[in-house]
Ligand binder design. Sequence first.
Ligand code: NAP
Length: 371
Amino acid sequence: MTTSILILGGYGYAGRLLARHLLAESDAGLVLAGRNAEKAQSLTAQLNAEFAGDRVAGIRADAADSESLRRAFCGIDLVLVAATTVQHTERVARAALEAGIDYLDIQYSPKRVPVLQSLADEICRAGRCFITEAGFHPGLPAAMVRYVAPHFSHLDTAIVGSVLNPEGGLPSAESVDELIEAFKDYQGQVFKDGRWQTAGSFDVRAIDFGAEFGRRSCYSMFLEEMRSLPDTYPSLNTTGFYVAGFNWFVDYLLTPVIMLSLKLWPERAVRPMGRLLVWGTQKFASPPYGVLLKIEATGEKDGKPLKVEASAFHSDGYEFTAIPVVACLLQYLDGSIKRPGLWMMGHLVDPARLFGDMERMGITVATKVVH
Ligand SMILES: NC(=O)c1ccc[n+]([C@@H]2O[C@H](COP(=O)([O-])OP(=O)(O)OC[C@H]3O[C@@H](n4cnc5c(N)ncnc54)[C@H](OP(=O)(O)O)[C@@H]3O)[C@@H](O)[C@H]2O)c1
């Protein structure tokens, strides 16, 4: 029997790419959902014309309305949350539990993690598989550490950095509000000298992103998926996730303005600052474009020092989000990671298979081992 996946936010920037890759890579049936039935049905018609088998349907569903979710989840096996609905996380998760379906979210905001963690026992008892922190970031950084770790008998440091420079800048999507909210809740602690730095601290480090992107100054960004890595790899002394800035205007002029505005008007400033950020990334965008994620790991293999660098690149940031999620879902769909509980994508997936599938789907993956 084929799996039926409802994509909440199915006609958004991320949702529509998830739909395309799922149709190309699996035999799953899809339901595209959001608050606008017309948009859902218009994309449904396009996709059914492009992919054989009439595998897509489009419906109206509102994450703010439990009854609407109950109706939408009828006959579904998994809800894929690609909607800007972090504030409705508990409602969506509870509706999924009541309907007896699995769950995967790709949202950027860390706010939903404690909400889902508070439901972890219920999820386990219900025998459901809930996957959170899926996508590029969150999603790939922990997977990348696990991807290179087998090269080492003793993993000492694992630094993951990313550059995001979309051609034409960020699109004016609702999800930009989530990025602005993230400025408010910014956490930058890293794991250094064998312990997590205190919340509120941050780190700046230069990372060499190779011939095209060059050496960039990067700021640390705490991701929940990185927290347990030192438990998984007890030899790990230093790890963290870092991001490079967008461009000189956004980094040096706009960011302080955004920070100050959010301090003065925490709620009212979100929308206008989001618009300003989009404008700044569009107006001052300059090549090279694309998204690059890179890990630099050091340690030992059989008593000898070893350094491993791996990178993943795509010219389009949304492709770089959708492809890892679909690569993860391929492991879910064949049952290999479909286990009861609440999981983070980066911890649950088989990383070698994930990066292999991502490469097949259009992401450039490279690994360099230096003995
Ligand atoms: N993990 C990662 O690497 C990564 C990368 C990029 C994006 N993301 C996340 O992906 C999500 C989507 O981003 P995006 O850029 O694709 O956003 P977007 O283009 O603005 O799309 C948002 C979608 O959510 C739907 N939506 C909003 N409110 C809803 C509600 N109450 N009920 C049902 N649907 C609702 C919208 O449709 P209607 O407004 O018509 O309802 C739209 O289809 C965001 O949470 C973002 O943080 C994650």
